[in-house]
Design a protein around this ligand. Structure first.
Ligand SMILES: [Zn+2]
Length: 339
């Protein structure tokens, strides 16, 4: 599976269909704040279970901060705070969590993004009252938060944090602020490749987490989807909403990250890496359906340049560049070892 993106900076016309605007009237931060703790606790558990070592065999520590007291700030980053011992810090502000939550609320709105929602069975009797749309929107919120955190964890484990500090002289990998200093073309190319690679890794991790939440039959544990195709239709919409949000927050500006539509492609198509390894018999069915859904979802949500199949194909082809950078930088030498 090759991953890369188009290296073009042309002016983009707004699509004809309306852009989904994320900013929910009637939803307040207080409605949502308790959900942050659940995500934070789960990731703390995961980080405790993972044994991570540096390439030279030393134990690595990742400190995770999923903040609750910063509802006004939108930020996420990964940084190495100490080299000996190796300590990394990942941080996501409450403002970002809140916006991810608002974005996921699209699935609870009156707009029918998924026209089969009535076929979902609510398995947990205590949840029946809340209704399918609400439960689906919550699920999408967790997916969204996981995607952001897994992207940051990917920067750490893929060695990006070490490389940008030791070889390039940058302090952190920040998702919302471009570097203050002017970057050379070479630096931009490497940084963009790292962002794409972190998305690809996060997409693979996210599929793993998502699958583990779906139970033995792979159809869900608290709610039951009508089929595996439906499961991944939901997944693709959940991922797409994250990038619609990023499109809105960044206005497609910034040189370091691939465009939101490119990132949607990278993350959704990275599910194939998980399926190749763990469920090869389902790879074609799930992957092909997810790609079709990705284009539909881009159209319905106003993800710019995501609904043109030719552009999506060009994305796929040009992603080979990321693997070139992986070789050129020797980034694998910096990669941490998970056990
Ligand atoms: Zn990043």
């Amino acid at each position: 599976m090759v991953v890369s993106f188009l290296h073009t900076e042309k002016v983009v016309n707004m699509p004809k269909n309306p852009i989904l605007y994320i900013g929910g009237p009637g939803y307040s931060y207080e409605n949502f704040a308790p959900m942050i703790d659940q995500v934070s606790d789960h990731f703390d558990e995961i980080l405790k279970l993972l044994k991570i070592n540096s390439p030279d065999g030393k134990q690595v520590q990742i400190k995770l901060f999923v903040e609750v007291a910063t509802p006004e700030t939108i930020r996420a980053y990964a940084v190495r705070v100490s080299k000996n011992p190796n300590v990394y810090e990942i941080r996501m502000t409450a403002g970002l969590s809140y916006h991810l939550w608002l974005a996921s609320r699209a699935l609870a709105s009156d707009v029918q993004y998924l026209n089969w929602i009535n076929k979902i069975k609510i398995l947990d009797p205590k949840q029946k009252k809340r209704g399918r749309k609400e439960l689906l929107a919550d699920y999408a919120y967790y997916l969204a938060s996981y995607l952001i955190l897994l992207h940051e964890i990917s920067h750490v484990v893929l060695g990006h944090c070490d490389y940008v500090q030791d070889e390039m002289g940058f302090s952190a990998l920040d998702e919302f602020e471009d570097e203050k200093k002017v970057l050379t073309d070479k630096e931009i190319r490497i940084r963009r490749a790292f962002e794409a690679e972190a998305d690809r890794q996060a997409g693979e991790f996210l599929t793993g987490f998502f699958e583990s939440s779906l139970g033995d039959r792979g159809l869900g544990t608290h709610i039951q989807f009508p089929s595996r195709k439906h499961v991944y239709e939901f997944y693709t919409y959940g991922v797409t909403l994250v990038f619609v949000l990023l499109q809105q927050l960044t206005q497609r500006k910034g040189a370091i990250h691939p465009k939101p539509n490119e990132r949607q492609y990278i993350v959704v198509s990275a599910l194939s890496k998980y399926f190749e390894k763990y469920k090869p018999e389902q790879l074609r069915l799930i992957h092909d359906h997810a790609v079709l859904t990705m284009i539909k979802a881009a159209k319905k949500t106003g993800l710019i340049e995501g609904s043109d199949p030719i552009k999506v194909m060009q994305n796929a082809i040009s992603l080979a560049f990321v693997d070139d950078v992986v070789k050129e930088t020797n980034i694998r030498e910096y990669q941490l070892i998970l056990s």
